[in-house]
Design a protein around this ligand. Structure first.
Ligand code: IPD
Ligand code: CA
Length: 266
């Protein structure tokens, strides 16, 4: 079985196991602080267990880096890392806001740039975004590309949850100059939607996002033809450590990247 098929099946099983849980009291059960630093909710734990059980079932030899469970060695001879945010957008999932997803990625080495496969499933409806290195990005079974043409409405995705006053001041010209700014509350799904061409740029300059939140989005955006950079406009990369927090910019083309970057205050 190919790695992408394993990730897709694991992701599908998460959807089956949590689809009726969002917004229920049961979803919110508190399991203490997880490896990623946030409270692990019952829905997070159920979703992670689904993946761990499946990887064991198919005897996939890997090291799992889960947002809640931390590092789990499933073999003495791992082929690589499964980077798991079983529920991205946990607050939405717990409240029942229908915008949350699972994000599963496979990396051959201890760095983001070695991610070869990624799957993001919209857990409010089961729609799946997925990609493998050099094989393109897909939405269900249809190939997707970032939006290259001049759009009718320019949509600017910006994550500002918990942003500092300093960052909001820097971003203010974007809010003044663009009418259609968006933030939905699950970075992985927002990256996937950007890859499908639904936004022209998606930026998160808070220096807060974890590798688990963006690992699958990394390969999906790249395979959809997007530009993916860090805050200094270098190619995005990072190690897979739990302490790593990053900023990133995903742009559909150089034009929109230059346009938006020229608006951000230094
Ligand atoms: C969160 C979401 C959210 C972002 C937070 C992340 P989680 O992931 O991606 O959009 O603003 O920084 O922590 O905690 O729900 O997996
Ligand atoms: Ca999560």
């Amino acid at each position: 079985m190919q790695v992408i098929e394993i990730l897709r099946e694991a992701s599908k099983r998460i959807y089956e196991n949590v689809k009726d849980l969002a917004g229920t009291v049961d979803a919110a059960g508190d399991f203490g602080v997880g490896a990623g630093g946030d409270i692990s909710r019952n829905i997070d734990i159920i979703a992670e267990k689904t993946v761990l059980d499946y990887l064991k079932e198919v005897n996939f030899e890997c090291t799992v880096l889960g947002e809640e469970c931390g590092r789990v060695e499933l073999s003495e001879n791992p082929k690589g890392f499964v980077i798991m945010d079983a529920i991205d957008g946990s607050a939405n999932a717990v409240r029942g806001v229908p915008f949350f997803c699972s994000s599963l990625a496979f990396a051959t080495e201890n760095k983001l740039s070695s991610v070869t496969d990624g799957v993001i499933t919209n857990l409010s409806n089961g729609e799946m975004y997925w990609a493998s290195e050099n094989k393109g990005a897909f939405f269900n079974n249809k190939q997707i590309k970032v939006h290259k043409k001049d759009p009718i409405y320019k949509i600017i995705g910006i994550n500002t949850s918990g942003a500092s006053i300093d960052l909001m001041t820097r971003l203010n010209p974007i809010y003044e100059n663009y009418e259609h700014t968006r933030h939905f509350g699950a970075n992985a799904l927002e990256m996937a939607m950007f890859a499908k061409g639904l936004m022209d740029i998606f930026i998160d300059l808070r220096n807060k996002i974890r590798i688990q939140d963006i690992a699958a989005g990394y390969v999906i955006v790249k395979e959809a033809g997007g530009i993916l950079l860090d805050e200094n406009l270098n190619q995005l990369d990072a190690n897979l450590s739990y302490d790593t927090r990053i900023s990133f910019i995903a742009a559909a083309n150089q034009g929109i990247l230059d346009e938006i970057m020229s608006k951000i205050n230094k």
